[in-house]
Design a protein around this ligand. Sequence first.
Ligand code: RFL
Length: 389
Amino acid sequence: MVKAEKHTAVVIVGAGVAGLTVGNFLRRNGIDCIILERRERAYVEARQRAGTLDTRGVRLFRQWGLAEVLDAGPTAEVQGDFFIDGQAMPIEIEEDDNESIFIPQQVLVRRLADIFLREGGEICYEAEVALMDIAGSNPAVRYRDSSGATVLIRCDYVAGCDGDHGITRASIPAGALTRYSYEFKYSWLSVLAAVPGTTSGMAIHTRGLAGLIPRGAEHSRIYLQCPVEDTVAQWPDERVWDELEARVGRSLGRGDILSKEIVELRSVVHDPMRHGRVYLLGDAAHIVPPMSAKGIHLALFDAETFARAVIAQVQDGDPGPLDAYSETCLQHVWNYQAFATWITDLMHNAGDASYEGEFRKQVARAELRRQFESEAANRVFSELTSGIA
Ligand code: RFL
């Protein structure tokens, strides 16, 4: 039985990066919204994922008056390196060109939630959400809160910011969206280790790709390319460190390993990113492989495009940007999928010849060396060595 009924302009499903960014952008422009999140607040704000915000993301938060989210707190000076067969490659760029910052994703999420709540916004955590009437002009979202009470919210728009496994996209009728996907032929073992984040490096080696990326002052994430059929049980801690050192070509400070998981590398796009008044944002609409470190970038692009479109509709009565939302975002998404696919295959083919053969390995190495001679590519590699998942 429904205990309460409300109305708001936008129901935002999911309190991750996309949902909280949209919520803040809308409220700052006087547009009413409510955020519904499936998990507890403590869980969402401790979930470890990305560790950097790229230059565009930094500039976006400044532009919308949210510069306070960028204060990453005390971070160590980070040394960035790129190795091919243990040999360091030169990466030199003008500092002004790269404003990306180290900021753990969970810190960004916590800051965005703090601001949203401080300014009077409403987030319901532990909400069990169901979407209703999504094809019509008056959609509704019903949810059960942690006390078991059921609430119905009538709204003008639903923003599906609930990730790849969320309820929003799953509520859209089968056949309304087309799913495009590509599975890479290798996976990553992703490891969180208690070693200070002072070194950031990517290594290309015949044994496979390796990465060591800071996650705050106390932790680092290690990535090791592995076969798709590998399991965590095949990677005891000693093997992780031995393999990382072999691929980087030097000994490193070892520390406790806190978690390990196998991450499948894949690219996914759902088209269109809209059904009636339900809009898909971030991972709910697309996934990029972690090699590109662009998942947050895409979530923020969608959040800004959607917020601007709702503002244009509500404040100026202009439906154009909302009508164009899916097309605008998809153009951007496919550009980044092109980059993500290129960089992912390039970096893996340049080391491990077992997937595409020795000829493709030599081609990938020639391409990489050529990239290192270009200023634009240096910027890409500089952001990559600081930015990978
Ligand atoms: P999120 O952050 O997953 O947030 C979705 C939110 O929705 C909630 N939710 C629901 N809420 C209500 N009802 C439901 N039925 C719901 N189902 C789910 C979830 O609890 C969650 O709070 O998606 P969003 O906002 O689209 O943001 C996308 C980014 O989080 C994602 O692209 C990145 O984390 C991807 N990614 C990385 N991106 C980068 O740019 N750089 C990186 O270095 C990087 N590293 C990573 C990553 C993703 C990883 N995962 C997911 C395996 C490292 C990892 C390990």
